[in-house]
Design a protein around this ligand. Structure first.
Ligand SMILES: Nc1ncnc2c1ncn2[C@@H]1O[C@H](COP(=O)(O)OP(=O)(O)OP(=O)(O)O)[C@@H](O)[C@H]1O
Ligand SMILES: [Mg+2]
Length: 378
């Protein structure tokens, strides 16, 4: 656990880079520090491992003030991935990852094992890349090595300063996902700095929004998006915050179990009754095992001799979303078809429910949207 208590960093010129920061990162959670350039994110991070001294206030590590540790001892116990990767160019990849274990005097065979395990973990094959130098690796590979190095001596706490900042968006997304998988296994307490709101929402258990050294809001991603505290927070999270929230919700958690649906060998009367029951203009059609085959529309039912003549067949993957998709993906499918409901299928293609626009609206109902409604705006 990391606790900031009324922490101030004031430079000799009187400038306060961090101004009264109180914040707790709980055990095993990723706490994201976010805010505009110069708002004090890096300063806050570097005060934790005492690369920068606190002017006033204190920082506790698992309840113990961090100024009770020797700075060197602290730095060996806290993993640190810095803003510009910072691999040492004259050292091989293995030696870079081994820096902290060597400082801790581990024996060489243990170091070798640990380093190769970590490189494997971050997707760098040690037998191919281990003896190369940083410049012989791509930016994305170097960032991976930077993360491996921060994990070097298995520290309980990690400070990560824009650890994926130096790569293109696609590589960054891959690194984010991989890192979250690693975090599921290792469960570190992490302070993670970024200035990218999407990264913060994706990576953070909680997000601390900073402005000019002060904490504006500290909340879960969903609460930050739903209830930004002031105009600055609202502007920072973006006008598309409802869409961003849909990104956080899984289809499984947002779907309705009951959707208009009939078996492909149903009679026309049965199909019509199904539409009426659901007050719907269309119904999904499934086989005897419940596998989604396509859909049928009311007008087609009136004009046809049988359900199979009236129905439109389509590969399930082209009209449905899997249960593990996000609500935002369900919306995207909804917008590209004329259905009222996006069908949801399980891994076998069985129809398990659906997501309607009304349902999505209910999910993202936020105070801001209500306020706009009351003002008479759409
Ligand atoms: N030695 C110093 N003396 C005075 N001001 C300083 C000093 N070092 C840093 N600052 C100021 O402290 C503020 C916070 O810097 P910091 O590096 O923490 O910002 P940041 O939020 O990490 O920004 P970025 O997103 O650009 O990395 C900046 O305005 C910077 O100019
Ligand atoms: Mg910084």
């Amino acid at each position: 656990m990391i606790e900031f208590k009324e922490v101030i960093k004031e430079y000799p010129n009187g400038f306060r880079a961090v101004d009264g920061l109180t914040l707790t990162a709980r055990h095993g959670e990723i706490c994201v520090l976010i805010g505009p350039s110069g708002c004090g994110k890096t300063t806050a991070l570097r005060m934790v491992n005492r690369l920068i001294d606190v002017t006033r206030g204190e920082i506790l590590i698992d309840g113990q003030p961090n100024d009770e540790f020797e700075p060197e001892v602290l730095r060996r116990q806290i993993g640190y991935a810095i803003q510009q990767i910072g691999l040492l160019p004259h050292m091989t990849i293995r030696d870079n990852v081994a820096i902290v274990p060597r400082l801790l005097d581990w024996d060489e065979s243990r170091i070798r094992q640990r380093v190769d395990l970590l490189l494997d973990m971050v997707g760098i094959d040690p037998s191919i890349h281990g003896d190369k130098y940083p410049r012989q690796l791509s930016g994305g590979q170097q960032q991976r090595v930077g993360v491996a190095r921060a994990l070097g001596a298995d520290p309980p706490i990690m400070l990560m300063d824009e650890p994926f900042g130096a790569v293109d968006p696609i590589t960054r997304a891959i690194l984010q996902e991989e890192f979250l998988q690693i975090q599921q296994e290792v469960g570190k307490t992490i302070l993670f700095v970024t200035h990218d709101i999407d990264e913060a929402i994706y990576m953070g258990d909680r997000i601390a929004l900073l402005r000019a050294g002060r904490l504006v809001q500290y909340d879960s991603p969903d609460d930050l998006l739903a209830m930004p505290r002031d105009d600055f927070a609202r502007e920072f999270v973006g006008a598309d915050r409802s869409l961003k929230r849909l990104h956080l919700i899984s289809v499984k958690d947002s779907m309705m179990q009951s959707v208009p649906c009939c078996e492909h060998d149903a009679t026309l009367e049965e199909a019509r009754a199904c539409l009426e029951r659901h007050h719907s203009e269309s119904a999904f059609v499934v086989d005897a095992d419940g596998i989604l085959l396509g859909w049928v529309e009311k007008a087609a039912l009136e004009a046809s001799q049988s359900l199979s003549a009236a129905m439109q067949r389509a590969p399930a993957a082209s009209i449905a979303v899997p249960e593990d998709a996000t609500a935002r993906e369900a919306l995207s499918v909804l917008l590209s078809h004329s259905f009222d409901v996006t069908p949801v299928i399980d891994a076998d293609g069985v129809l398990t429910g659906g997501v309607s626009i009304q349902r999505l609206q209910d999910l993202v109902e936020v105070p801001g949207i209500h306020a706009a409604g009351r003002d008479g705006r759409p």
